[in-house]
Design a protein around this ligand. Structure first.
Ligand SMILES: CC(C)=CCNc1ncnc2c1ncn2[C@@H]1O[C@H](COP(=O)(O)O)[C@@H](O)[C@H]1O
Ligand SMILES: [Zn+2]
Length: 348
């Protein structure tokens, strides 16, 4: 890619809606963490999947275990969250919804409440430092921890939604998709929805989750993460696609994550194509920019080169993401304004 093209993708204002905090830690920060904890004897090759490399889903989830060992104190969490936010801002992201799983106190030495407070403190500090990015937070539920922990997390998210001055906006359901069944999480998710938390759910990330996806779609969620196997060409069904389309639920699509995690065979065969052709609201996202060695500019550039998108089309794609966010209307309007002001300077 030439320098002008690279600059173009960095300069377009972007919205990131699907980013897991501990999967988004950049190379430099990761090396700092590794150096801080020499007794763990962790090599940096274990915390990232480089370009051209592929891993099974299981191996990808092992990477998070390693990262969690490295990020296990209040100081680590604060540093990681601040650096991740600054990196997104440097990449031209103007609005970011970050998500993270408050871990058990035994794993981090701090309570789940304190975990969330620490991330919120990082968001606050970045705002005070006038980092040019609006950051919101989704509290994540790891499906591996079962429905009781999920309900506890929802209650905590509810508290923070009311006390965080609009920063905590929603709830995420993530974690190894092969573990547990979505039906067990329905009471927690329903409660979250009833209290006003927006739902961003990982769905059909792996095949044979048709029944689970149908149940989850009846909630319905406010956004879908991946949705790789929803459509009939990938083994899904017309019923699932019809539901998603009728309810107009935006999809968060993460090209590199899916290729490196081998849930899609290649960039060309990514389901972005299917949903883009349906004109369904689809938002390009990074998922775990640290683990998958990417950034949002690169994801836009990859989508453009793979699917032959013009610069105008790329611009529309990034602009459309504003309306898919969980930001309040006034913030969406401000972002729209920002896009309109920047457009003549970037799209000549
Ligand atoms: C394995 C693979 C291809 C990963 C991408 N797809 C994912 N699917 C489901 N949950 C995820 C994925 N990436 C990150 N997560 C969740 O995010 C966590 C890391 O961020 P955090 O600690 O919540 O701040 C992981 O432990 C996992 O629970
Ligand atoms: Zn994800």
């Amino acid at each position: 890619m030439d320098r002008e093209t690279e600059l173009f993708y960095r300069q377009i204002p972007k919205v990131e809606l699907h980013a897991h905090l501990n999967g988004s830690v950049g190379f430099t920060t990761m090396n700092k963490l590794i150096a801080r904890k020499p007794h763990l004897n962790i090599e940096s090759s274990r915390t990232a999947i480089h370009n051209g490399q592929r891993r099974t889903l299981d191996e990808c989830f092992q990477v998070f275990k390693v990262i969690h060992q490295l990020v296990d104190s209040e100081e680590d969490i604060l540093m990681v969250a601040k650096s991740v936010i600054e990196e997104f801002a440097a990449d031209g992201v103007k609005y970011l919804e970050l998500r993270s799983t408050p871990r058990e106190e035994t794993k981090t030495g701090l309570s789940k409440r304190r975990y969330i407070e620490t991330v919120l403190e990082a968001i606050h500090q970045c705002k005070q430092d006038e980092v040019d990015i609006d950051v919101r937070f989704l509290v994540a539920v790891d499906r591996r921890n079962g429905p009781e922990v999920a309900m506890e997390t929802v209650k905590l998210a509810e508290d923070f939604m009311l006390s965080s001055d609009g920063v905590v906006v929603g709830l995420d359901l993530s974690g190894d998709p092969t573990v547990g069944h979505g039906k067990d999480f329905l009471p927690a998710l329903q409660r979250a929805k009833n209290c006003g938390l927006k739902l961003a759910l990982h769905m059909s990330e792996v095949p044979s989750q048709k029944a689970e996806s149908e149940l989850l779609l009846d909630l319905p969620p406010d956004r879908i993460g991946h949705g790789t196997f929803l459509h009939p060409e990938a083994g899904g069904t017309d019923i699932l696609v019809d539901k998603v389309c009728k309810l107009n639920i935006p999809l968060e699509l993460c090209l590199t994550s899916n290729v490196k995690g081998q849930t899609v065979p290649s960039y060309e065969k990514h389901h972005f194509q299917y949903w883009y052709e349906c004109k369904h609201p689809s938002v390009l996202c990074t998922d775990d920019k640290g683990v998958f060695c990417t950034n949002l500019s690169r994801e836009y550039s990859l989508a453009a080169s793979t699917f032959g998108l013009t610069r105008e089309a790329v611009w529309s794609l990034s602009q459309q993401a504003i309306q898919c966010s969980f930001a309040p209307e006034a913030v969406k309007q401000k972002l729209e304004q920002r896009w309109a002001e920047l457009r003549p300077h970037i799209l000549h």
